[in-house]
Write a protein that binds this ligand. Structure first.
Ligand code: HEM
Length: 119
């Protein structure tokens, strides 16, 4: 049925899409939203509940959230411990919307061995 959300009239049957990508870069919620600053999500400066929601929020929150966080952290830590990644053409990297956000094309990178490691 027709309703009102945040002052907006929503007609019956309307399709509503909530984009975490946009919410995570919204200037009403974040300082310097366009800067590459992944640490912003680590600092406790989430300005309001729901402004950071990579796994959704509420009763239907992602069932794999804890697993994915541990998996991604351990894979990234395992790889970046040995190599730095340098995109060959960073100016050609564009995000594309689908079920999940992804790169429009493959991102070719040079792997540079980190010299301070002994193995
Ligand atoms: C980085 C990886 C992942 C991301 C970013 C992600 C994100 C999400 C998001 C945004 C939702 C929708 C939440 C909502 O409706 O509000 C979701 C739902 C769900 N995810 Fe994930 N997910 C990831 C990995 C996984 C993995 C590895 C599993 C299983 C092992 C999983 C299982 C589920 C399930 C079962 C739901 C549906 C929950 C429900 O509707 O009750 N996800 N996920």
């Amino acid at each position: 049925e027709e309703t009102t959300l945040g002052g907006h009239k929503i007609p019956r049957g309307a399709l509503i899409i909530i984009s975490p990508w946009i919410v995570h870069r919204h200037r009403s919620y974040w300082h310097h939203p366009d800067h590459f600053d992944p640490d912003r999500f680590e600092r406790d400066d989430d300005p309001m509940t729901g402004a950071y929601m990579p796994f959704g929020i509420g009763p239907r929150v992602c069932a794999g959230a804890s697993f994915s966080t541990v998996e991604a952290t351990s894979v990234l830590a395992g790889v970046t411990r040995h190599y730095n990644f340098k995109a060959e053409k960073p100016e050609e990297v564009f995000p594309e919307t689908g079920i999940a956000l992804r790169s429009q094309s493959e991102i070719r990178c040079k792997l540079i061995k980190r010299s301070h490691m002994t193995h």
